[in-house]
Design a binder for this molecule. Sequence first.
Ligand SMILES: NC(=O)c1ccc[n+]([C@@H]2O[C@H](COP(=O)([O-])OP(=O)(O)OC[C@H]3O[C@@H](n4cnc5c(N)ncnc54)[C@H](O)[C@@H]3O)[C@@H](O)[C@H]2O)c1
Length: 358
Amino acid sequence: MEAGRDPSALSLSCHGFFAAWGRFILGVSDVLLISGADVRRLLPMKEAIEADKRAFLLHAAGETEVPVRPNFTIDGKGSVLFMPAYVKGDINRVGIKVVSVFPGNLGTGIPAVPAQVLLVDSETGEVCALINGVEITRIRTGAISGAAVDILANEDSSVAALFGTGGQAAAQLEAMLCVRPIREVRIFDVSPDRIEPFIKGNAPLAERYGARLLPAKSSDEAISGADVITTVTTAKHPVFDGTKVKEGAHVNGVGSFTPDKREIGDELLNRARVFVDNREAVLEEAGDFLIPAQTGKYDLQNIAGEIGDVLSGKLRGRTSREDITVLKTVGYAVLDVVAACYVYENALKQGVGAQMDL
Ligand SMILES: NC(=O)c1ccc[n+]([C@@H]2O[C@H](COP(=O)([O-])OP(=O)(O)OC[C@H]3O[C@@H](n4cnc5c(N)ncnc54)[C@H](O)[C@@H]3O)[C@@H](O)[C@H]2O)c1
């Protein structure tokens, strides 16, 4: 845990050097194109967790500007969102993620949620990089949970449960394994036929961390005795019984992002010390809070605060081994821009990416 760290003293200290070097080796108007495969190599989970912590700290220090994201609906097809952010401090970069939700792409080989991140050079104002945003999103979202577990979960957490086996799930799994000595992860999905392929596909990853993946037949079986629980589903209703979560557990709520959807029930919220990644965004989008608040089953005043304030030392995280802690995230553009900066700088250092003179 890194309470009290000064955000301006954190890494990316070589930023100015690499930015200048980047302009030198790329040429003034060159854009560096970075593929999804390269993002996976350039942003290992441990580094992504550091990047997210840095983003949380800068946000907590008031060093970010995040305008409301415009969202265009294309009739019958889907929606296109523009997510810009200016991250100040020694990162000092503007970026934007363009992300679409096109459910009709499912099964066509095109992602249903395609995305790209564009970074702007803060010396010249030119676009300096175009980076695969699907991978940035996947890894930075896993890293949100990794950071939360690192900050909030008991140190000896060894049993985890993962709800959901979709596109985001593998990064969520790796993030949990990265920060705690997890030995067993129960996997649950409302579509049971998805569980075994997920376990098979991710067994090598789990083995690298000395963990085994086990199918859970029910949500009760998944959470029984679990120290860490992550939900990354498209569910509309709570995915497990919050009264059965063990004392001392930590829960990440990652999936729901609209006012009509939730994964975490009010029983759990009322038992837990609750944190969010971005209070404003969560209170706008997360049905996990909005639904029980409307029916008087949860008082929004009980949200302890933002995770960045725990990192900065302003707010206490876990207060005892017995606390249940919850982190609800809906994500925000600062996380994408900071992760993209790490990718871009690693690409410059390692000579990775395709250079294009526009
Ligand atoms: N917080 C963030 O920053 C962030 C970032 C990216 C995506 N997300 C959200 O994460 C969610 C998951 O994304 P994805 O790409 O993995 O989706 P996906 O559609 O690929 O997979 C969703 C999975 O959830 C399962 N599921 C649905 N209801 C369930 C339930 N009640 N119990 C257990 N499993 C259930 C589905 O069967 C499926 O396997 C989405 O809602 C997405 O919007 C959040």
